[in-house]
Design a binder for this molecule. Structure first.
Ligand SMILES: [Zn+2]
Length: 182
């Protein structure tokens, strides 16, 4: 396992005869199930083939956190794109490079923060932000991920439609998203 988890420069994954791919698939399946089949940031339903493992503190800057469990989530391809979250720095200085948990983040952290305390909305469907009442971390998230753009608004509308789906339907969607042919 140690050889597989050898980060290359800039925190890239060292590929060893498909072992890295298998590990990434396991991390991906684990995080998707833990997230109920939703994007860790925008909470939209993940679509098959349109999601990726995301490093909250970007691996290009913080290679030491490339395999830190609380730094790994699955995000939709929109939030995760290079023009949105990309390699944007999410850590608030001074940065503690030894202890991930000792850091403060400029955005709402998917594991450490409760989004309901940060994001406020003008409507019950949670599609239009009530920015004056959002926390500064929420405002930084909205700005970094470009959630004021139309694509993100459309995703929030879709998310509103799936918010009240029964648990068994959501579990089925999660299984479909993570399904891989043996
Ligand atoms: Zn998203």
């Amino acid at each position: 396992m140690e050889n597989v988890l050898k980060p290359q420069q800039k925190g890239g994954w060292c590929d060893q005869k498909g072992k890295t791919k298998a590990l990434k698939n396991r991390i991906s399946a684990h995080t998707i199930i833990a997230q109920g089949g939703r994007c860790a940031y925008c909470e939209s339903m993940l679509l098959r083939g349109a999601h990726a493992i995301e490093h909250i503190a970007p691996k290009g800057i913080y290679g030491d956190f490339a395999f830190e469990p609380y730094n790994l989530v699955t995000a939709c391809s929109s939030c995760n794109s290079t023009t949105n979250k990309g390699e944007n720095d999410t850590l608030s200085p001074p940065v503690n490079k030894q202890d991930y948990n000792a850091n403060r983040f400029v955005i709402v952290h998917p594991y450490f923060d409760n989004p309901e305390e940060h994001f406020k909305y003008q409507d019950d469907n949670k599609t239009v932000f009530d920015e004056p009442n959002c926390s500064k971390e929420a405002l930084a998230t909205i700005k970094m991920l470009h959630w004021n753009e139309m694509w993100a608004f459309n995703q929030r509308v879709s998310t509103a439609r799936t918010r009240d789906l029964p648990a068994d339907v959501l579990a089925l969607v999660g299984e479909i998203v993570t399904y891989r042919q043996k």
